[in-house]
Design a protein around this ligand. Structure first.
Ligand SMILES: Cc1cc2nc3c(=O)[nH]c(=O)nc-3n(C[C@H](O)[C@H](O)[C@H](O)COP(=O)(O)O)c2cc1C
Length: 295
């Protein structure tokens, strides 16, 4: 049984770092919107305790330039490719999904239903999933926010609306103040908080959703080691995405894959670091002992 490793959306530019991309099982693009976006004004990044804040604001070329210019180069990397899409209305999600539907270079679409740095769509997450589902037959992963009391209810609604899997979790909102002036360090004050501080939150979200729905879950949030990845798998994830860690350690995928195998083996679990299985492992079967494996 393998645990595929992905990058978290927005945390790797695969065209700038193709070797890092090739060290992953799946590459996920930064969120693409229907129209080009310049993103938020700088300063957009701040290092904080146990992680970082970002306020990128969905900067990107727009879906048409993405498909015509970026997609051919991404496909040439030879790595399984997921495209993250986002927007400000159900129509935006539908438009991006429609454009990618039937494109064999794209193996799944991740719906960014939860960007903390831009205005939210007026529709609920489930309504956005339904709009995407109507626009494409591709595998759809719904990426949810951890900033909700009952994430399992949202997950259940997203799956009922047509999501094939879940990506858990996106950033939490955070604020950092300059030590001397006590003014916000980011231009727009509040940003998305990611990194190790998010880890227990992500674990709780994966755990709650895995109990509520029977679809594959990509777990992410603060993973810096194989042990962290293993904990997400134990909580119910069948794949793990690496985000903030990639900024500090681009070699993290190889290291974490090796650590994951060793940590699992040390606890008597089967070889879960072999990335051969597709994302179909279900909750409760994610961790098998060697004995179970051979039974
Ligand atoms: C600089 C930066 C940019 C991000 N951009 C996106 C994005 O475009 N779309 C998205 O769904 N998530 C985005 N995220 C969130 C990550 O995909 C991930 O959900 C989050 O960082 C939690 O994982 P981590 O703690 O391992 O970083 C971004 C995160 C960072 C740090």
């Amino acid at each position: 049984m393998g645990v595929p490793l992905l990058n978290a959306s927005g945390c790797l530019d695969p065209l700038t770092a193709p070797e890092v991309a090739r060290s992953l099982d799946v590459v996920v693009t930064k969120t693409i919107t229907p129209l080009p976006r310049r993103g938020n004004p700088p300063v957009r990044i701040a290092e904080v305790e146990h992680g970082m804040l970002n306020s990128i604001g969905l900067q990107g070329p727009g879906i048409d330039v993405f498909v015509d210019d970026h997609l051919p180069r991404l496909a040439a990397l030879g790595v399984d490719l997921w495209v993250s899409v986002g927007g400000f209305s159900a129509e935006d999600f539908a438009r991006c999904c429609e454009r990618l539907d039937g494109d064999e270079r794209v193996s799944a679409i991740e719906l960014n239903l939860s960007c903390p740095n831009v205005e939210e769509a007026p529709e609920t997450a489930a309504e956005l999933v339904a709009a995407a589902r109507a626009a494409t037959t591709k595998t759809l992963y719904a990426k949810l926010s951890p900033a909700q009391w009952d994430i399992a209810a949202s997950a259940t609604a997203a799956v009922a609306a047509g999501a094939d899997g879940l990506s858990l979790v996106n950033a939490l909102r955070g604020l950092a103040l300059d030590e001397r002036t006590l003014q916000p360090r980011l231009a727009l004050a509040v940003g998305g908080y990611t990194g190790p501080g998010l880890r227990p939150v992500a674990l709780a979200c994966v755990y709650a959703c895995a109990a509520a729905v029977d679809v594959p879950i990509v777990g992410m949030g603060g993973v810096v080691s194989g042990r962290d990845a293993l904990e997400l798998v134990a909580a119910g994830a069948s794949a793990v995405a690496l985000g903030t860690v990639l900024f500090a350690d681009p070699l993290a995928p190889g290291r974490i894959r090796a650590e994951l195998g060793a940590e699992a083996a040390a606890r008597g679990f089967a070889d879960i670091a072999n990335p051969s299985s597709p994302l179909v492992v279900r909750t409760g079967k994610n961790l098998q002992t060697d004995e179970n494996d051979t039974a």
